[in-house]
Design a protein around this ligand. Structure first.
Ligand code: ATP
Length: 217
C-alpha cells in the first residue's frame, strides 16, 4: 500500500520498538539517508545485536517488535533475510580460509550473474578498486589484516546491497589501520549512496562517521 513513506530513500525506522518481556531495549524513529551514517552505541546487553538482527530479519522470537523498518520505502518485514539487500561487515572478515581470494569474492556475486568471463571481470575489477589487482589466486592466510578487510568489503559490495551494517567492524584492527579501513568504508558508502548503521564501542568510530549517534541504555 503506497503512502508518504514508501518512496523515501534510505533506511527508515518508523516508531520501531523492540522489547524483551517488560523491558524496552530499542526505541528508534529516524531515517538514515543514503550515504549517511547512524552510530549506535551502548553497554553490553543494551540491544545492539538485537537491533541488527531486526534489520536482517533474524530476530529471536523471544523479542517483541513493533513499528516498521523500511529500506528505500520497502517494508523489510515482508522480505526474507536473503532478499533484504543488506550488506554486513563484522569484526572478523569471515573469509573462507580454504578458498582463494577470488573464490571468496565469487560468493558475493549475484547468482543471476552468469558467464565465467563476466564473473572473473567483476572480481578483478573489485580487487583493483582497493589496490589488490592480481590477488585473485592468493590464499587469504597470506594477506595482511588490512588486505583481508578490503577483500571482505568488496565481497559484500559485489552483492549490491542497498544498506550497510557495521557490527564492530573495525575493532580487530590496530589504530592506524582502523582509521584507514574506516575511511575507505565510509567513503565507499557515500559514493554508492548507501545508508550505514554502525554498532561500535569506540568513540573514534563515531567521530569518523560524522553522523548522528543513538545511545542505548
Ligand atoms: N535469544 C535471546 N533470548 C532471550 N534474551 C536474549 C536473547 N538474545 C539476547 N538476549 C538478551 O537481550 C539483551 C540484548 O542483547 P544484545 O545481544 O542485543 O546486546 P548487545 O548490546 O549487542 O551486547 P554486546 O555488546 O555484549 O554484544 C541482553 O539482555 C541479552 O541477554
Amino acid at each position: 500500500m503506497a503512502d508518504g513513506n514508501t518512496i523515501r530513500p534510505g533506511l527508515r525506522f518508523e516508531k520501531l520498538t523492540i522489547s524483551l518481556g517488560q523491558t524496552r531495549l530499542i526505541s528508534l524513529d529516524c531515517t538514515i539517508a543514503p550515504g549517511e551514517v547512524l552510530t549506535v552505541m551502548g553497554p553490553s546487553g543494551s540491544g545492539k545485536s538485537t537491533l541488527l538482527a531486526a534489520i536482517t530479519g533474524t530476530l529471536d522470537p523471544a523479542f517483541t517488535m513493533t513499528g516498521r523498518i523500511r529500506l528505500d520505502g520497502r517494508d523489510l518485514s515482508d522480505l526474507p533475510t536473503e532478499a533484504r539487500q543488506i550488506g554486513i561487515l563484522f569484526q572478523d572478515e569471515y573469509l573462507f580460509p580454504h578458498l582463494s581470494v577470488g573464490a571468496n569474492l565469487a560468493f558475493g556475486l549475484k547468482p543471476s550473474l552468469r558467464g565465467r568471463a563476466e564473473r572473473r571481470a567483476r572480481i578483478e575489477a573489485a580487487l583493483a578498486e582497493v589496490g589488490l589487482a592480481g590477488f585473485a589466486d592468493r590464499d587469504p592466510a597470506t594477506l595482511s589484516g588490512g588486505q583481508r578487510a578490503r577483500v571482505a568489503l568488496q565481497r559484500m559490495l559485489l552483492s549490491e546491497p542497498r544498506a550497510l551494517l557495521l557490527d564492530e567492524a573495525f575493532s580487530k584492527l590496530d589504530t592506524g589501520l582502523r582509521a584507514q579501513i574506516r575511511a575507505l568504508v565510509f567513503e565507499t558508502a557515500r559514493n554508492r549512496a548507501l545508508p550505514v548503521l554502525q554498532v561500535t564501542h569506540d568513540h573514534s568510530d563515531a567521530e569518523a562517521a560524522a553522523g548522528e549517534i543513538h545511545a542505548l541504555a
